[in-house]
Design a protein around this ligand. Structure first.
Ligand code: SAH
Ligand code: SF4
Ligand code: F3S
Length: 510
């Protein structure tokens, strides 16, 4: 997108006389182009633009002197990581971070659009902030993240939440300095949402949460267009970061003493598919990363369709590549999967699981499941239950299908009543809990490697950390072990966590 096109997509919407305006048409006859789902579906074939060296213009430095920012994050790991980038930009602008809205000068809601309840939470929160804005008119209130990419949301904010000062999308978080500057200068509602997919921008500042585990984006966007899902519209087309940039970032994290890296993407198995100049996929990338001196490397989220044999071979090499794979299945019924446009069948999924277990015998698998997809029959739901048992997942995130405006599934007639959907969710959750508890029991008396993250949330005398398979372990041990990988003997198992005692010597490992 060139500068002129960009400007066309951006506007500072004139602030209405907030008390008297009832005619909202003035919002819509400006040059503002709302994010369009139709447009998003017309995936451009044009090449991804790489901006190698993001810089904050000198004119904005000092914008935040004496001011504090607060960001509330609602979404997935990618959303959380975007928050880290925005926190990095705020810090570079001279702002200080605060954990409390009470002393914040800028409040940002980094939103998620995946299900209706995620959105409702944000609208509720925006309502609450109205009083705060009235008390402190100098406070800047912004909405960003995936909801901002939806035209219906932008319209609703323009109409109903006029105390919001700025709305910007997922493709332009790097323009935060300009957006803030605009919002301060004009005191008008600044709307900058690009419906075109973003570029890949390198050298963004990041203020990471903690110094033990780090997220690293390897790609952005999603081209899968599962019929229920809003993400391809809110995050744009698939575009991969160049391997050299990722490798450099991971090396840098290793040098800074980070112990674990999670590679992020909506569908990490599609990594590299957009490279025009080389055949390079996630397997190649992992093969390079495993040589870096960092103890743990994870990745999320995998899509079964693109999970290739090369990746399995590389993961089987082990070392710092952990043997826990999150592999969302969504449904155990091939018919449902077809209508969801997942583009694999139950059999294909089971075959993939077989291959993974053959190559990596200790691999643990977790998944995501949607129940109550339009017209899901009892039999189809039973297939999900039987698949769950057959695979032997360690755990799962389970959801009731939530229609998202603009997605194909939202237009489907649905004959499954809500109480049936709820019953299915309960039954599935009972199975998920039961299997998780069983899997945890297998750890009784075993010794596991735990990356110690800090004091337990509920008890400062207890430390908490995660095993290689991402199981939460609470144990007694010295505070000096925080940030280290230690051996813990499991003494008690629960449904979602393990309790244990740190041991000094090695007596055999997980
Ligand atoms: N890219 C990942 C998941 C992203 S969203 C993947 O393809 O697996 C995380 C999970 O939210 C999905 O796996 C799905 O289970 C759930 N989800 C997505 N859209 C949903 C919707 N409309 N209703 C209910 N759950 C949904
Ligand atoms: Fe959504 Fe499907 Fe893309 Fe996952 S792969 S983000 S579920 S469209
Ligand atoms: Fe939500 Fe956007 Fe992530 S919709 S799940 S925050 S990609």
């Amino acid at each position: 997108m060139n500068e002129e096109q960009r400007k066309q997509q951006q506007t500072a919407v004139k602030s209405p006389d907030k008390k008297s305006v009832k005619d909202y048409s003035k919002y819509f006859d400006t040059t503002y182009v709302p994010p369009s789902l139709k447009e998003a579906k017309k995936r451009g074939k044009e090449e991804v633009a790489y901006q190698e060296n993001f810089q904050i213009s000198e004119q904005y430095r000092g914008l935040g002197t004496g001011k504090k920012f607060y960001i509330r994050t609602y979404g997935c790991q990618m959303n959380e990581h975007d928050t880290e980038v925005m926190a990095g930009i705020f810090t570079a602008l001279g702002f200080e971070h605060t954990d409390s809205v009470d002393d914040a000068n800028v409040i940002l809601l980094n939103t998620c659009a995946i299900r209706e309840n995620a959105e409702n939470k944000v609208f509720g929160e925006l309502g609450h902030f109205k009083a705060l804005k009235r008390e402190r008119p100098d406070l800047l209130l912004g909405v960003c993240g995936c909801m901002s990419q939806e035209e219906s949301v932008v319209s609703k904010i323009l109409k109903t939440y006029q105390h919001v000062d700025m709305i910007f999308g997922t493709h332009n978080i790097h323009r935060l300095p300009e957006i803030l500057d605009n919002a301060y200068k004009s005191k008008e509602m600044v709307v900058e949402v690009w419906s075109k997919e973003g570029d890949v921008i390198e050298n963004l500042p990041r203020k990471r949460k903690g110094n033990i585990k780090a997220w690293v984006n390897i790609m952005y966007g999603c081209d899968k267009f599962c019929t229920y899902c809003i993400v391809p519209y809110t995050r744009g087309k698939e575009r991969s970061r160049r391997p050299e940039d990722i490798i450099q970032e991971v090396r840098h994290l290793a040098a800074q003493g980070y112990k674990e890296v999670t590679l992020l993407g909506q569908n990490v198995n599609a990594y590299g598919k957009d490279f025009k100049d080389m055949e390079y996929g996630l397997g190649h990338l992992m093969d390079e990363l495993r040589k870096i001196d960092i103890p743990r490397i994870r990745f999320t989220t995998s899509h079964p369709r693109d999970f290739d044999d090369h990746l399995i071979d590389v993961l089987a090499k082990g070392g710092n590549l952990l043997d826990h794979i999150h592999l969302p299945v969504q449904s155990g019924s091939s018919e449902c999967l077809k209508i969801m446009a997942r583009k694999y069948t139950r059999e294909h999924y089971l075959e993939l699981v077989r291959k993974i277990k053959e190559a990596i015998p200790n691999a643990s698998l977790t998944t995501d499941i949607i129940v109550g997809f339009p017209n899901e029959t009892d039999e189809q739901f039973e297939e999900t239950i039987s698949l769950y048992k057959e695979v032997g997942f360690d755990s799962a995130y389970t959801f009731i299908y939530s229609p998202r405006e603009g997605t194909p599934a939202a237009k489907m007639k649905d004959n499954v009543p809500m109480n049936v959907k709820k019953q299915r969710l309960q039954r599935l959750n009972a199975l998920v809990n039961e299997t998780s508890a069983q899997k945890m029991k297998e750890y009784d008396g075993k010794i596991v490697n735990v990356l110690v993250e800090g004091e337990s949330k509920n008890n400062p005398d207890v430390l908490a950390g995660y095993t290689e398979k991402n199981k939460l372990v609470n144990f007694k041990g010295p505070k000096t072990s925080i940030g280290q990988i230690v051996k813990v003997k499991i003494t008690e198992t629960k449904t979602w966590s393990l309790n244990g005692e740190m041991i000094e010597e090695e007596i055999g490992v997980e």
